[in-house]
Design a protein around this ligand. Structure first.
Ligand SMILES: *Cc1c(COP(=O)(O)O)cnc(C)c1O
Length: 377
């Protein structure tokens, strides 16, 4: 901004100068964007973002606090946290010859992968509807994003996927497994066919692994174009911001060149390293959530007029009658009862009338179910 742009002309002129400068220097597509909206949730039962509702047991929280107190915060994080990666590789059963890349949440890794592949004219492809970040990140990096509609049962439309891959030659294919927001795992044979026919990389995004119990990590040696993306977020550590990518060291080496040097901070690394010895706590929480999910689905199916989809994740997708208006009314009714869910109706025509609700504690789920019952009476 130049000095003459009204800076000396009072507060109003100042604002105008800032607006001019933004118009002159910022990318148009960035100016047209809205910041990722996180709904205000103060005081609400929070069933919108697939968080684990449980905190750490007090003893464990105290021990973690002590451990974190020993972290040398005056120092930059380690350049290569080799011992943590080694321990993580053992815990997850990473096959020999495969590597790990750590990210500030898996969101950052999605950015890195797309950024590395974003040659002019590059395509990113995913079945659709799926995780909104695939599309948003691809478009920000000026890739073409191709979303291939799912079948009506939310399964992969394999012929359409194969045809789209032939036509668009995607550098990257993202498969959310299970798929957010539909909750299902895609058919294994269809995934294999995609791995065999993809001209580039295929990323299996296993964010919901703790609730699906199915993984492609063991297939890494068999499919050289396979990458497995995971996160600590849905396990119960969304506040930590730690994701990791598993795959051949050759691919990961390319992404690593774009990784900001200290992308995972020392407190996150120390906490994750400590918690690797206590994964049983999270496994038990995930088991409780899976049991609650089953109860929630049964209870929802007993309510007249709702269409409730199966789920291999920690959320349930359901369709209420009357499309957009029905979903809006139910969402507003739930909010008045202090319950925040996610209204998916505007995201894709296949999700018309759909709400996505995270599985919470037994009490939270009961409150949600009560409010849902009232809303159809
Ligand atoms: C929630 C989610 C993620 C997690 O992102 P983080 O940045 O690791 O919190 C990744 N992929 C999908 C499909 C998700 O739903």
């Amino acid at each position: 901004m130049t000095r003459s742009g009204g800076v000396g002309g009072g507060p109003g002129a100042n604002r105008d100068a800032i607006r001019d400068a933004i118009r002159n220097s910022f990318r148009e597509d960035v100016r047209a964007l809205h910041a990722y909206a996180v709904a205000p949730a103060e005081g609400l039962v929070k069933l919108d973002l697939m968080e684990n509702p449980y905190v750490l047991p007090p003893d464990l929280a105290r021990a973690l606090g002590e451990r974190l107190g020993q972290v040398a915060l005056n120092r930059y994080p380690p350049g290569e946290p080799a011992s943590f990666k080694q321990r993580l590789a053992e815990r997850i059963g990473l096959p020999a010859g495969q590597s790990l890349l750590l990210g500030n949440g898996s969101d950052e890794i999605i950015h890195l992968m797309i950024h590395a592949c974003a040659r002019p004219g590059a395509t990113v492809l995913s079945p659709w509807p799926s995780f909104s970040m695939y599309r948003m990140t691809a478009e920000l990096d000026r890739c073409r994003f191709v979303g291939v509609d799912l079948r009506d049962d939310f399964g992969l439309d394999l012929p359409a996927m194969l045809a789209a891959m032939r036509e668009h030659r995607p550098a990257l294919v993202f498969l959310s497994y299970p798929n957010n927001p539909t909750g299902n795992c895609f058919d294994d044979e269809a995934v294999r066919a995609i791995l065999e026919h993809a001209p580039g990389l295929v990323v299996l995004d296993e964010a919901y692994l703790p609730f699906a119990g199915r993984s492609w990590i063991g297939e890494l040696p068999r499919y050289p174009n396979l990458l497995v993306l995971r996160t600590f977020s849905k396990l119960g550590l969304a506040g930590l911001r730690l994701g990791y990518l598993c795959g051949a060291p050759e691919w990961l080496g390319e992404f690593d060149k774009l990784r900001p040097p200290f992308n995972v901070d020392s407190l996150t690394l120390a906490a994750a390293d400590f918690l690797l010895d206590h994964l049983d706590v999270f496994d038990a929480q995930a088991a409780t959530i899976r049991a609650e999910r089953a109860r929630m689905i049964t209870a929802l199916r007993a309510i007249d007029g709702l269409q409730v989809f199966d789920s291999a994740a920690n959320f349930v997708l359901l369709r209420v009658p009357d499309g957009d208006r029905g979903a809006g009314d139910r969402f507003a009714h739930l909010l008045r009862q202090g319950i925040l869910v996610k209204n998916m109706t505007a995201f894709h025509p296949m999700l018309r009338g759909c709400l996505r609700v995270t599985v919470g504690t037994a009490e939270e789920n009961a409150a949600f179910l009560d409010a849902m019952k009232q809303s159809v009476e």
